[in-house]
Every structure is written in structure tokens, then in C-alpha cells.
Design a protein. Structure first.
Length: 414
């Protein structure tokens, strides 16, 4: 019996292992609005789609092709609220900016005493851009940390600087003897504008990404920018050869294009629901929480933000001011006393005549800042203690907001 078992085992070893039959490919067909699409998974597990039949009118297919080319996959469900309005004004912004740049280039060439040929335009462009424009870029790059807190305001400032530089270029023929000075100053402003615009682009795009599709959003956004830059260049060339062939025409059309450009930027930026907390957005959230007990979403706050005076104080949120130097906030003799009042916290609060200063320790998180802001807000109606020291107690409501806002990377995200 043992021999039979050994023989059976040897026979099993000699037999080659049988391969499992290949699994049939998984695919399915979806029919929606006269379009038949076939979906299947490839060998790498990636989902692919192929249009099998499309009986829609040509205009509908063109619109669908446009959306697939210039809008993120899954639009409108893959982006946050306000993306369409943002894109509409972004297109208008780039179109007007490109048209204005044609007029400024034409004016520069006339001011330099050159005929507007492509070779001469390239030479002038290189001379100016490699000089003052790069100086402007270097100076503006040192302000990058401030742009993280206020990307919207810096984005608007970037376009104001760009229009200022372009305006100087348009006016350069009026002072041909100061051509280099005016053109250099204009390109200096445009250099600062380029850095500010690029630095704030990613936070704006990030506010629209809902499904980890930031790269897709960025790529499609740049595609729209390129398309309408080309449209704007065409419009600018047409204007330069007709209405704006004289300086009088440029003085009329130039400001109009600039107004359209700035208005488009403001509306475009206001539509973006930025989901990180800066002092102004934090104050609005705290004020809304105290009034209604609810947390306002980024979409709720976007049209209420003051993009011009970003450091404004909000009385309902405690008139809190963050970021002042410690030596300006409290006297050294009072510092120890303040530490004793808040022994376990990573913030100090001191009430002044018009506002409450909040100072954070170097290892404080966004949660600590939010907690300190709530303390100041709850105490805003209390009697001001002697010596400017604020003594308050956290309430149970503070835990509600504390638990609702999540912190990622040291910054609050809603």
C-alpha cells in the first residue's frame, strides 16, 4: 500500500501543472442620448472607452468634443461649484490681455523708431525681457510666502501690474526720448505680474479639484488659456491695423480692454471656492458659527470675501489680528502673566483698544489658531479686564467647530 502511494505521488509530480483557462475580457456597452459607448478593462486594469455609434447631430458632437478637450473628465461632476463661471471669465481675461499685448508691442516698435517687422519685434522683446523683467521676477519671488495666504488678492494684483506695464508700453511713443526707461519700467511690472500669476495658479486650481484630478484641471485650464490667447492675438492684430493704427485709437481702446481684463479677473477669482483658511475666511467662519451654529463652506464664503482690504477686522468674530510681532502685542512684564493664564495652549491673546492680538507659538497648528480665535470671539462681548489681559473659558460650542474643521499639512481645509 505504501508503494502504491509513492507511485501515485511520483506520477503527480511528473504531470505538468495545468494552467487556469484565461478569463474572458470584461466589457460592456452603454447607450445614452443616441451615443453607444463600449467600456472594457485592459491588461493593466485600466478602464478604456470607445464610441461605437454616435447618431447625434453634428453640432452636438462638436460641443461634446469641445468639452472633452477643454474641460476636465467627468465635468461637471468632477469639479467644485463655480468652475464654469471661473472658466468663462478666464477666457475673456486671456482674450483681452492678448489683444492688449499686440497694441503694446506695436507701440514699443514705433517708440523705438522701428518698423513692426517680426525680426525687430523679437530683438526688442529679448532686450527688455532679459533685463528689467527678470529683475521684477526676482523681487516678486521673495514675496511668495504672502501669496499662500492671499492667492486671490495676489492674482488680481498680478493682472493690475500687467496692465500697468502694458499701459506704459502703449504710451511709450509719446516720449520716444525716454523709450528705454518707460519700456524697462513696464517690463519690470510685467515681470512681477508673471511671478505672482504663476505662484497663485495652483491654489486656485486646487480649489476646484474634487476627485484628485488636479493635473487634469491644470492641463485643461492651460488649454483654454492658450486657445483664447490665440483668439485675443487675432483680435489685437485686427485692431492694430484698423482702429488702433493711431495713438488716439490706442488711447481709447487700450483702457477699455484693460477694464474688461481686470473685471474678468475679479469675477474669475471670486468664483473660486478656495478651501484653505486665511485670517479673513477664518473670521467669517467663526462669525457664522456663533450666529447660526453651522460651518460655512468655501462656496458660501467666496462672494463675501473682501479682495481689496484682506486684513479687515470682523467685529462678530472678535476683531482678532494675527501675525503682529510679540514685542508690539504685549509688554515683557505682562508676558509671564499671560503664559500663566493659558498654560496648556499654544496661543496668547491680548485685548487692545480696537482689536485682540493673537500670538502663536512656533509649533502651533491651525487647530490652535482656530481655538484661539474662538476664545476671542466668545469673549468679545465680555468686559475688558484691567491691564489688557483677556481671561476667558472655552465653551462646549468650541468643540463643535474644533471637531468639524480638519487640518492637513498645518493648514485648515474645509
Amino acid at each position: 500500500m505504501n508503494m502504491n502511494m509513492l507511485e501515485k505521488l511520483k506520477m503527480l509530480k511528473k504531470q505538468p501543472p495545468q494552467k487556469a483557462p484565461p478569463e474572458p475580457p470584461l466589457f460592456w456597452t452603454e447607450i445614452s442620448e443616441s451615443v453607444s459607448r463600449r467600456f472594457n478593462f485592459d491588461k493593466d486594469g485600466q478602464l478604456s472607452m470607445k464610441i461605437v455609434d454616435d447618431s447625434r447631430p453634428v453640432i452636438h458632437r462638436m460641443i461634446d468634443s469641445f468639452l472633452n478637450t477643454f474641460f476636465p473628465s467627468g465635468y461637471p461632476y468632477s469639479v467644485s461649484e463655480g468652475y464654469l463661471r471661473y472658466t468663462q471669465f478666464r477666457a475673456l481675461q486671456h482674450c483681452s490681455s492678448a489683444a492688449l499685448s499686440v497694441l503694446s508691442t506695436q507701440s514699443l516698435l514705433f517708440a523705438a523708431g522701428l518698423r513692426p517687422t517680426p525680426a525687430q519685434a523679437t530683438a526688442v522683446s529679448w532686450i527688455l525681457k532679459d533685463g528689467m523683467q527678470h529683475v521684477g521676477k526676482l523681487i516678486c519671488s521673495n514675496l511668495g510666502a504672502r501669496m499662500d495666504s492671499e492667492p486671490k488678492s495676489w492674482r488680481i494684483l498680478a493682472d493690475v501690474l500687467y496692465d500697468l506695464g502694458t499701459g506704459l508700453e502703449v504710451l511709450s511713443p509719446l516720449c520716444p526720448h525716454l523709450f528705454l526707461e518707460i519700456a524697462g519700467l513696464g517690463n519690470f511690472a510685467k515681470g512681477m505680474a508673471v511671478v505672482a500669476a504663476r505662484a497663485t495658479r495652483l491654489p486656485i486650481y486646487s480649489s476646484f479639484a474634487k476627485e484628485g484630478n488636479l493635473s487634469d484641471l491644470f492641463a485643461k485650464g492651460e488649454a483654454i488659456s492658450t486657445l483664447f490667447n490665440v483668439v485675443g492675438l487675432g483680435a489685437g492684430i485686427q485692431l492694430a491695423s484698423t482702429i488702433c493704427s493711431s495713438m488716439q485709437g490706442k488711447l481709447v481702446v487700450g483702457p477699455l480692454l484693460s477694464i474688461i481684463h481686470i473685471y474678468s479677473v475679479v469675477e474669475e477669482i471670486r468664483a473660486a471656492p478656495v478651501n484653505t483658511l486665511n485670517p479673513q475666511r477664518t473670521a467669517m467662519i467663526v462669525a457664522d458659527f456663533l450666529k447660526t451654529g453651522k460651518i460655512s463652506s468655501p462656496a458660501d464664503l467666496r462672494y463675501r470675501e473682501d479682495l481689496l482690504f484682506t486684513g479687515r477686522l470682523i467685529e462678530d468674530a472678535g476683531n482678532v489680528k494675527v501675525g503682529r510681532a510679540l514685542r508690539k502685542v504685549v509688554k515683557p512684564s505682562k508676558l509671564h502673566e499671560l503664559k500663566q493664564i493659558f498654560p496648556e495652549e499654544k496661543f496668547l491673546l491680548n485685548r487692545g483698544n480696537n482689536w485682540v492680538d493673537m500670538v502663536l507659538t512656533h509649533d502651533a497648528t491651525a487647530e490652535d489658531a482656530l481655538r484661539g480665535w474662538l476664545v476671542a470671539a466668545y469673549a468679545s462681548d465680555m468686559e475688558r479686564p484691567k491691564g489688557g489681559i483677556l481671561i476667558v473659558f472655552l465653551t462646549e460650542q468650541e468643540a463643535g467647530l474644533h471637531g468639524t474643521a480638519s487640518v492637513q499639512g498645518g493648514r485648515n481645509q474645509l
